[in-house]
Design a protein around this ligand. Structure first.
Ligand SMILES: CC(C)(COP(=O)(O)OP(=O)(O)OC[C@H]1O[C@@H](n2cnc3c(N)ncnc32)[C@H](O)[C@@H]1OP(=O)(O)O)[C@@H](O)C(=O)NCCC(=O)NCCS
Length: 171
């Protein structure tokens, strides 16, 4: 297998990133969305990420995006140090340590950009994701019953957070 490179997203990745996001979303299990937004919206989103040097990384294999991880900061003044993490990897590439490589790079970039509290929600039965998050220092902050609903079925989510940079010593 050719090596998988982890790097910041580029504008030229938009279509390939959209395809990867779409594939994971269509599993109707892990992400809140069940399909990717239209290409034009994804292109704009990626262009904004690149222009703002946002913490958005992709895993590239053979010129195609096979995974992503991003942390986007909140816009409101008192919440600008808070970012929400999202990630996904194509099914064939899971369980091989790619998630860890992606999340470590993205969290470091987020910290460098002044994001000191990273939050996320994971479905309670998404054991692999929760295991990954805990292994990089996320802690469980709560349990949110009926937080997600897929095809009429409610699912509980675990809310998690990781403090980094100056926030780690400020509790
Ligand atoms: C969640 C996801 C990003 C993790 O990435 P990954 O590359 O598959 O994970 P890794 O190979 O880095 O492994 C992460 C940890 O999970 C563990 N793990 C692997 N398979 C597992 C399983 N079936 N159950 C529980 N833990 C598992 C690994 O051992 C590893 O822990 P360790 O480092 O302590 O050994 C990836 O599986 C994915 O994209 N899933 C679908 C989309 C998704 O869930 N997104 C997140 C929504 S909150």
């Amino acid at each position: 297998m050719p090596p998988i490179d982890i790097r910041p997203i580029q504008t030229a990745d938009a279509a390939s990133f959209r395809a990867c996001l779409d594939a994971v979303a269509r599993e109707r299990r892990y992400l809140a969305q069940v399909e990717a937004p239209p290409l034009e919206r994804v292109q704009q989103f990626v262009a904004d990420s690149v222009a703002n040097d946002a913490a958005q990384y992709v895993a590239m294999r053979d010129g195609q995006v096979v995974g992503w991880c991003d942390v986007f900061a909140h816009w409101a003044h008192a919440l600008q140090h808070v970012g929400t993490l999202g990630m996904g990897i194509m099914a064939a590439h899971r369980g091989q340590g790619l998630g860890r490589r992606l999340i470590e790079r993205t969290l470091q970039h987020a910290q460098d950009k002044g994001i000191y509290r990273v939050v996320l929600e994971a479905r309670e039965d998404n054991h692999r994701a929760i295991r990954l998050y805990e292994s990089v220092g996320f802690v469980r902050e709560g349990r949110a019953p009926c937080a997600m609903r897929f095809d009429g079925v409610f699912h509980t989510a675990i809310t998690m957070a990781r403090l980094q940079g100056p926030a780690r010593d400020a509790q």
